[in-house]
Design a protein around this ligand. Structure first.
Ligand code: 6CS
Ligand code: FE
Length: 282
């Protein structure tokens, strides 16, 4: 496992993150790369794939608790060939390999829509605990990569972090049984994808960390890419603005961190069933 400060030899052909950006990620748990440092076609390719992805009506699409608004679509790297190709973008994959110090594959992908006026909250949570508990990934050697499909501002429900909280490991919390309100008839795995978290961290723990480390809501124009640690404590409020805050997200896992195929693996759109090390697109 790469320690918080260890500099690791680049694995792939490119090392897109500067030393300062790598340090920012290691110290604070996130980093934002502006569009001009990335391939110019990423945003238009992602936007072109959206209508097809959002119109899928399988289990991979999760609605908000209003039962109408699309909250997320999962498994998008398996639903659209060009989205799959985007996961191999040299700048993105190179940055992930720099951080992990290993080859990587996409464990999970999704579009989080955060629709205008009705996109619901994400309560305070860490991501890794879900991949530990449900997908048996034994180490937090993953990277969340979010491509901003819209400008992310203070008005449209930006992802909010407790910077540096990724260094505190998996925070204590309680796993709530049963299904969240509005999802009574849904399959069990939906409970990890809704506005009410399945693994809930004590408010006192969240308050203590926020008081000592602060809060930050990184903003950026459409086309920016934000990378964040699987253990960083984060949340986002509902979107009351007329502007959507759509994110295309790839969650990369290190090839050395494959889960033990448990007796009840989650569906293909939540946990990649055939991990293969990605090669950067030429
Ligand atoms: O269960 C999961 O895999 C998803 N749940 C949350 C709360 N974040 C990580 C992941 O997308
Ligand atoms: Fe999350």
């Amino acid at each position: 496992m790469t320690t918080a400060s260890a500099a690791v030899a680049p694995v792939g052909a490119t090392t897109p993150l500067t030393d300062d950006e790598l340090e920012q990620y290691r110290r604070h748990g996130y980093v934002v790369i502006p569009p001009d440092r990335l391939s110019g076609s990423l945003l238009e390719r992602a936007r072109a794939a959206l209508p097809g992805l959002l119109s899928t009506d399988g289990d991979e699409r999760v609605l908000e608790r209003d039962g109408e608004t699309v909250r997320s679509v999962y498994g998008v790297h398996r639903l659209d060939d060009d989205v799959a190709a985007m996961t191999r973008d040299p700048q993105i994959l190179g940055a992930v390999e720099q951080i992990l110090g290993d080859r990587a594959y996409v464990h999970q992908s999704k579009v989080n829509v955060k629709a205008s006026f009705s996109g619901d909250q994400w309560e305070w949570h860490q991501d890794y605990v879900y991949w530990l508990q449900h997908d048996a990934l034994t180490r937090p050697d993953l990277v969340n990569v979010a491509l901003f499909l819209d400008d992310v501002t203070e008005f449209n429900g930006p992802l909010t972090f407790v910077p540096g909280s990724h260094s505190d490991g998996v925070l204590s919390g309680t796993t709530s049984d049963g299904m969240p309100l509005g999802y009574d008839e849904a399959p069990e795995w939906v409970a990890t994808l809704t506005a009410t978290e399945q693994f809930r961290i004590e408010p006192e723990t969240i308050a203590g960390l926020a008081q000592s480390k602060g809060l930050v809501a990184p903003k950026g124009v459409a086309g920016s890419v934000m990378l964040f640690h699987p253990n960083i404590l984060h949340a986002s409020s509902g979107n009351i603005s007329p502007f959507p805050r759509r994110l295309l997200m790839f969650i990369y896992n290190a090839m050395s961190n494959l889960g033990k195929a448990g007796d009840q693996p989650r569906p293909w759109f939540l946990a990649e069933p055939e991990p293969v090390a990605l090669e950067a697109a030429s």
